[in-house]
Design a protein around this ligand. Sequence first.
Ligand code: E4P
Length: 217
Amino acid sequence: MKFFIDTANLSQIKEAHDLGILDGVTTNPSLMAKEGIKGEEAITAHYKAICEIVEDGDVSAEVLSTDFATIVEEGKKLAAIHPNIVVKVPMIKDGVKAIKWFTDNGIRTNCTLVFSAGQAILAAKAGAAYVSPFIGRIDDSGWEGTELIAQISKIYTLQGFKTEILAASIRNPNHIIKCAELGANVCTCPLESILGLLKHPLTDIGLAKFLEDAKKL
Ligand code: E4P
């Protein structure tokens, strides 16, 4: 399973990259706004900076429009920023149409805002490189987000779809473990969820004892 970081914060991306386990980055308009990125020039420069840190991993850049023609124009510009840019397109009718257009024209896409298996089938049929089921937001609304990962994984395997399952809206380290168990190809996580995987009290107790005994050597 690949690890993407779900942020537009350059220092967090660098920290995950320096850990040696980073395979890519996902961003969205909310994450870009949180970093105070404003205007086309600044957005382009920020994506370039992210791609440079990640070196050879995919970086999802989301379109801001919702009609087919504008999504295509915007996506072409985003894809031209760097070869590792994957155009992130919302799961709407014009979005599906645009994903098919991008697929036919050699531009890779990440279909975002996916909350059902039916939507995931449409994204795969249109040729999306990635489908992004938002498991945390499903949990927030009282359902079990990881069940959707299991369902999509079963369907994609049975049907031979090539689209990779990119588990998104990750809230905690257990989500990552569950998604790995259920066959997600990628997890895109906040830095604290990735770092949360490091933690176990027995590791801390064991290390303290080893360090104490090391003084006797
Ligand atoms: C990533 O592609 C999504 O935009 C992101 O994971 C959404 O996460 P959130 O539900 O925490 O906003």
